[in-house]
Design a protein around this ligand. Structure first.
Ligand SMILES: [Zn+2]
Length: 105
């Protein structure tokens, strides 16, 4: 039986340790469930926006180069634009250029 600290290998179906990254039986790397993929960009993005937001650095960081340039030229939309971005980032609704939401944790 499968216990709480075990999972099934995505490849061979063997019971393995839930924290195992590679199955000891078949050697195939285990893919974490989608919800468990950590997005480590959130804090970086938040800090970049707070300290360098008037230069659009958080926009460059997330791939929005054109918007980054626009913010750079307008000094973050006189601070308002970067403030709006900052709030969106805190709320976890900010998206990168590929449309992936940058959420906290
Ligand atoms: Zn396996």
């Amino acid at each position: 039986m499968k216990s709480e600290n075990e999972k099934y290998c995505t490849e061979c179906g063997s019971l393995i340790n839930i924290r195992a990254e590679i199955c000891p039986r078949c050697g195939v790397r285990q893919l974490p469930p989608p919800g468990l993929i950590k997005d480590n960009r959130w804090l970086t993005c938040l800090l970049l926006c707070w300290f360098l937001g008037v230069f659009g650095v958080h926009r460059f960081y997330t791939g929005h180069t054109a918007i980054g340039v626009a913010q750079l030229l307008t000094l973050g939309g006189c601070g308002i634009w970067m403030l709006v971005d900052f709030i969106i980032i805190i709320m976890g609704n900010f998206k990168d250029a590929d449309g992936n939401v940058i959420h906290n944790g």
